[in-house]
Design a protein around this ligand. Sequence first.
Ligand SMILES: [Zn+2]
Ligand SMILES: [Zn+2]
Ligand SMILES: [Zn+2]
Length: 340
Amino acid sequence: MDLQEQPHRRYNPLTGEWVLVSPHRTQRPWQGRVENPAAQDEPAYDPACYLCPGNIRANGHRNPDYTAQFVFDNDFPALLPDASAGRMNEEELLVAESERGLCRVVCFCPQHNLTLAKMSVDEIRPVVDTWADQFQILLSLPNISHVQIFENRGAEMGASNPHPHCQIWANQTLPNEPAKERQSLGEYALAHDSCLLCDYLALEQKHAQRIVCENDSFVHLVPFWAVWPFETLLVSKRHVSGLDDLSERERNDLAAILKHLSRRYDDLFSVPFPYSMGFHQRTSEDGSRDLFHLHAHYYPPLLRSATVRKFLVGYELLGMPQRDITAEAAAQRLRDTPLA
Ligand SMILES: [Zn+2]
Ligand SMILES: [Zn+2]
Ligand SMILES: [Zn+2]
């Protein structure tokens, strides 16, 4: 089967879902426009930013004059720790449950105008430690079984503030995506007596077609089943179940590859690349350490240039997701992008 010429569908073993790939629509040579949008000159400190040190937030709290990372409970959280327990079920058609949890914000650094691409590896490293600490602390709380660390970057992804930060939402129950992965990882472990992602990584390293870059501890690749044009997966080489399991050296390597892949994304279309990214890690359930393999998903919306984005609409909402550029071609594009 020629995956570079013919329409086909690819299976995502992590979610059990399929994506339609239509490479025949991209036979023409690459027609990417290189645009150089006006450079956004953000100041190092913005008096109107609710995340900058010393500023007052909407609820009246004043941020400390922090000099490294700053973690605080979200002022407008989507989840509350003390929601009263309840459940409704009317003929298994009208079903609802109460959900407890909490939401935090992590500022990566005091400077308003930095990004992971612009921060040094030494500056990113303590961000990794903060994520690992928060993951461990939140996962050990009563009524919390899942911790989602995620970053929305860019107005295209609905990020309301350019100040470098991420969010952490911790829930009582497993959200949809990790729940699908738990199911798939469990079924695979039962059938093969090994880890799906360990085996997948070995295959990707054997073929070396979709790998964008790697270091001693992590591989950054375009997954075979990617939906978004430049979707990528960051996978730890060692089977660890969470950021808190990483050794000192692995944390350094994670900081280094985070900076590297952010630069690659930025340089692809010569813009600060918008994306949603997040880590998938173990849950508080028994056996989760064996089952979950630390990885991060990157979902960037851009397709051809700084201004041409992909939308999941029409057939994709009603049928299944579809892409034209193959995962292999996307990996090649990212690999070939010279770093400015
Ligand atoms: Zn700021
Ligand atoms: Zn594994
Ligand atoms: Zn995942």
